[in-house]
Design a protein around this ligand. Sequence first.
Ligand SMILES: NC(=O)c1ccc[n+]([C@@H]2O[C@H](COP(=O)([O-])OP(=O)(O)OC[C@H]3O[C@@H](n4cnc5c(N)ncnc54)[C@H](OP(=O)(O)O)[C@@H]3O)[C@@H](O)[C@H]2O)c1
Length: 264
Amino acid sequence: MKERYFTLITGAGRGFGRAMARECARRGMDLLLTALPGEKLAALAQSLQEEFSVVAHYYETDLTRPEGPGELYRWTKENHYPVKVLINNAGLGAVGPFVSKDAAFYGRQVDLNVRVLVLLSRLFVEDLSRIEGSRILNISSLACLAPMPYKIVYSTTKGFIYGFSRALRTEYSQTHLRVCVAIPGPMHTNAHVTKRINDQGFMGRAIAWQPERAARICINGMMKGKAFILPGFYEKFSFLAEKIMPLSLKLRMIARSFRNNPPS
Ligand SMILES: NC(=O)c1ccc[n+]([C@@H]2O[C@H](COP(=O)([O-])OP(=O)(O)OC[C@H]3O[C@@H](n4cnc5c(N)ncnc54)[C@H](OP(=O)(O)O)[C@@H]3O)[C@@H](O)[C@H]2O)c1
């Protein structure tokens, strides 16, 4: 009998993670969904099973707890859910002057955006490298392209994710595993982000994505095994501009564009 493989998505409860879960289910992929404890994953898993005839299990946990990533890995092992695709999506954003958030917030942000992603990658990578067609998809952001004043910690964690993904891909290039990194621009994933997009005025609204559309492009790129996925023209243009623009100029432009945004 053919083995049933699963796609594990962190932060699948809402926003981009939920949109990617739906896109994977639409493609007939069986799912393992994780998010913080609550009621939404049970309902989401059930609706995806009914609509797309896939298998969807869920696991609710705060991944920033020291034991969180290890417990999630053990859950997949104990239940015999072999993972073929790992999507490291859960992440925490913020905008505002550095002092507008306290130390506890930055601890959580670095833990979720960096520590959890590294640990889950480490826990699953050896299993994945032995499975034909396996993938890790790490969700970075357009914010990864340069350190951003007023989004300092967020942008630098996303820069870490970009570098980590490219290097890990290279280490595993002789195996079945392809490590991919998605670099989406702003998406209307929740009320906070939509407010931040609106605070950026016309330009912010013009470049923002509906998460469902970005999810389709990112999952497609992942299936093709692309090293990095830039969903649209603005992302591709920014990626190229980053290569030629001096950092001091970029820092001034970014600071000007975010300086007056209210912290959120
Ligand atoms: N939105 C954008 O404009 C944008 C642009 C580029 C990149 N991204 C990236 O895309 C990813 C998703 O962003 P989003 O806007 O969809 O985020 P979101 O709406 O805030 O959703 C975040 C998800 O992560 C889960 N989560 C949060 N803290 C967690 C924790 N401690 N342990 C386990 N799960 C946790 C949440 O669980 P609950 O559902 O239980 O709350 C939720 O499902 C992030 O990595 C973000 O940086 C977003």
